[in-house]
Design a protein around this ligand. Structure first.
Ligand SMILES: C[S@@+](CC[C@H](N)C(=O)[O-])C[C@H]1O[C@@H](n2cnc3c(N)ncnc32)[C@H](O)[C@@H]1O
Length: 360
């Protein structure tokens, strides 16, 4: 899995357990990013809709969520990946921009990426496996990049992994169907059919995913964009259409509130961390149109308790939030009995989580 800011790698199994206890059949992962959470929900039997504004995220969702492993021919995909791996590398846009004008990849890997990406475009654009191949290429590139996980800058000296040759591998395909959507969550929400379990993991600060992962955007769009700055970001990064309201302090709380209230879901689960612009209290208040709200808080290693207590439909708060350092929260809202049943294991036992890191 790729390195990704705000990835919920550490909370995936908790979210899977909560989904199971919610006795749901369908799920929405509204800011799906890497699709890690969506994949887990699919593994637990959900029919998942995975949505995000990023092009690469749509490709990952087509690979892991909409592609049905039982209807796919893994041997054939493997054969195509081997064919692609053997394409002789050559200097193209990718090598020029990301290996010479900047130093995100070693030129020998950049040349391979140019050749493989062109071959995917020229020979497999109609293939049912197009997005599986592209996902494989992005994962392979991520493993040999020379960054700390964000594409706003590259490491001064080549990262040790950048010396390794690019290796295409078969991405994990899961049995069953699902749906991938690309677009602005604020607009997509009106097109969604009701779901049982909705998970929302929006950005809560100024860090733009479009800018931070511009190389993946370009690798998918393959549109030779004009670029600028040391990191050779896409010129259209400056355009208003590629800016997210969730990266704007003044507009984010209202946008999130309206998104949550427009969702048609039996259970809403929101991810939150205490470095965000909105307060946990505000987040809980956004959910108070649902009958009952509970908050689970995790520190870097373990479940630390439901810090905030119960909210009634009028939004009256019971209990106080304790802002400890580096906490990850899950805000759960829905019918009282169901939410209480979902959080029961967390009342009874400590849950051990391995450390939460910003780029997972
Ligand atoms: C915190 S990350 C989600 C990480 C994800 N849960 C994971 O585990 O990989 C936030 C995601 O929101 C997406 N995003 C930002 N603004 C958006 C918008 N207006 N509509 C839809 N998605 C948006 C970003 O592309 C990013 O993938």
């Amino acid at each position: 899995m790729i390195k990704y800011l705000g990835s919920k790698r550490r909370l995936v199994s908790v979210l899977g357990d909560l989904y199971e206890r919610s006795a749901s059949e369908s799920a929405l992962d509204m800011f799906t990013g890497t699709t890690r959470v969506a994949q887990e929900l699919k593994r637990r039997g959900a029919y998942v809709t995975a949505a995000d504004s990023a092009r690469y995220s749509f490709v990952f969702a087509n690979c892991h969520i909409t592609t049905d492993a039982e209807k796919s021919d893994a041997a054939q995909i493997q054969e195509i990946l081997e064919y692609l791996s053997q394409r002789p590398g050559y200097k193209g846009y990718f090598t020029e921009i990301f290996c010479r004008e900047s130093r995100f990849f070693q030129p020998f890997n950049g040349e391979k990426i140019d050749a493989i990406r062109d071959a995917i475009k020229n020979e497999f654009s109609d293939s049912a496996y197009h997005d599986v191949l592209l996902t494989s290429l992005i994962y392979a590139a991520d493993k040999v990049d020379s960054t700390v996980g964000l594409q706003m800058a590259y490491i001064k000296e080549w990262a040790p992994r950048s010396y390794k040759p690019l290796k295409l591998e078969l991405p994990e395909l899961l049995p069953g169907g699902g749906r991938a959507l690309r677009g602005d969550a604020c607009k997509l929400v009106s097109e969604l059919t009701p779901v049982d379990f909705a998970y929302l993991d929006p950005p809560y600060n100024q860090h733009s995913y479009y800018a931070n992962y511009h190389i993946w955007e370009t690798l998918v769009a393959w549109d030779n964009p004009a670029c600028y700055g040391v990191a050779r970001k896409r010129e259209d990064n400056k355009s208003e259409v590629n800016k997210s309201v969730f990266n704007k302090a003044g507009r984010m709380p209202q946008a999130l509130g309206s998104l949550v209230s427009s969702l048609s879901a039996k259970v809403v689960v929101l991810s939150y961390n205490n470095e965000a612009w909105v307060s946990l209290e505000d987040l809980v208040a956004m959910c108070s149109h649902l009958e009952h709200v509970q908050v689970l808080a995790f520190d870097s290693r373990r479940y630390v308790g439901a810090k905030i207590g119960i909210y009634n439909p009028q939004g009256t708060k019971v209990g106080a939030v304790s802002h400890l350092h580096n906490l990850e929260y899950l805000v759960l809202a829905g019918e009282r009995d169901l939410i209480e049943y979902m959080v029961l294991p967390y009342r009874e036992k400590k849950v051990d989580l391995t450390p939460v890191s910003a780029v997972g």
